[in-house]
Design a protein around this ligand. Sequence first.
Ligand SMILES: [Zn+2]
Length: 487
Amino acid sequence: MRIAIAGFSHESNSFSSQPTALEDFGVRAGDQLIPHYRDTFTELAGFIAGAAEQGFEPVPLFSASATPAGPLTRQAYEALVGRLLADLQAAGPLDGVLLALHGAMVAEHFPHADAETVHRLRAHFGPAFPIVVTHDYHANVPPSLAEEATALIIYKTNPHIDQRERGLQAAGIVARTVREEVRPVSALVKPELLFNIYHHNTSRPPMQPLMQAAIELEKQPGILACSIAAGYQYADVPWMGPSIAVVADGDQSLAQREAQRLGELMWTRREELKANPPKPVEAVAMAMASERFPVTLLDFGDNIGGGSTGDSTFLLAELLRQGAQGWVVTLYDPESAQACNRAGIGAQVALRVGGKTDTQHGPTLSVYGRARTLHAGTYEEHERRHGGGRHFDQGLTAVVAVGGPGREGLLVLNSERSSPNSIHQITCVGIQPQHQRILVAKGAVAPRAAYEPVSARLIEVDTPGATAIGRASSEYKLARKTLYEWR
Ligand SMILES: [Zn+2]
C-alpha cells in the first residue's frame, strides 16, 4: 500500500496589510520531508509514524508553510497547488493521500483555498480515491470540503499540542479505508456563531465541555472521528466560524445526527461568548500591581500566529509610560537589529523601534539603551508546545537594555516574524523569564503552552491590530451577517 503524504498550510488574515507570496513559504520536499518532520509533534510526524503502525509505504511529496499573514497571491497559490498535483502525478501508483491543510487558507482568487485544493485532487483522482485531510483547530470549514474529502480530522487542542495524534488517526483511517475495513461518511454542521478567539482555549469553558463531548463521541461504535473547529475570525470568508465534523463508518444518518447534536450543544453556549479583556492601560497597571511575577501579557491585537505584524508598540508604549520595570518585549524590527549589530555588544544605541510594517500597530517609538546580546536567531524546542515545531529561526536578534534604575526593561529585536510558541525564543538570547516581572507574548491562546509553565499569571489584553479581538460586522464583506454575535 502506497500513501502520499503532503502538507500545504497557511492561516490567512484578511485584515493584514501584507499579502503572502511564494517566497514566504518554506518548503521541504521528497527525501528531506521525513527526516525533517519525524521527530516533531506535527501531523506530518503522525503520518510518518502511522505508516509504520499501519504497514504502508509513505510517499513523501512536500510540505509548504508560511508564517500567518495576508491572503496568498494568485501566483503563490497556483504555484504550490500546481506543484502538489504534479508531484502526485509523478509519484507512481498510489492507494491514497494524507494531506495536512490548515483550513483557514485564503487565496486572492479563492476565499476557501483549502477546499479548492481538495476539489482539484478529487477531480484528478475520481470519487472513490481515499483523500484524508487534517485541519488546524482554527479552520473555517466549508461544506464542499467535508463532501469532497474522504475524512476530515481536526486538532482537538488549543494551544495545539495534539497534531501528531491527529496525523496518526488520519493515517489509520486512510489505511483501513484502502483495506476496505471501513467506509468513511461525513457530516458537517456549522453553528451560526463567530466564536471569538478569546474563548478558544480547550482547557476551559465554554470550549472544554464541547471538546469533551467530541472526545466521548469518538469512542462510540461506528464513529471514526469527531472534530470541532473553533474557526478563524480574521479570515473574511463565507464559511467563517466554527464547524462540527463527524465521520462515521458507513452510516450517514448517524454522522448527521451526532454532528447536529454537538452543534446544538455549542449553540446553547452562545450567551457565554462575549469577551471584554482589559485594554493596555489597565492591563499594565494590573501586571505592575501583581504580588507574584512574572506576569505574561497576551497581546491579542498583535497575534503573530494569527497573521499580525509582530511590531505593535501599544504595550511597549504603556510599559514605558507607566515606568514598569523588569519587562521583556519582543518586536519584529530587522532594521533596529542591524543597527545594534553595527554598534556592537555593549554600545549605547538610540533606536526608532516597532510600528514600521503598517499604520495599524501603533507608532514607532524612540528608545535609548545598551546593546546587551546579539544572536543568530536559531533555537530548538524539545517539549510539546503549540504548533509542534522543533526548529525555529527568528533571524538576527539583538537584546537592548532600556531605561534607568527601577524601570529597566529588555527589548528583543528580531528579524523574522516569530510567534512566541517556545520560551526559548527569549531564553536563547540569555533572558531568564523567572527573574523578570512582565513578559509580553504576542499571541492569544497559542503562547500559553510555553508561557504558563514560567508565569505566575497571564493577562489577556485587548490591543488594536490585525488580530484585534473584536471587529464590527461592517468590516467583513463575505462572512455571513447572520452570525449570532452580529445580530
Ligand atoms: Zn490554529
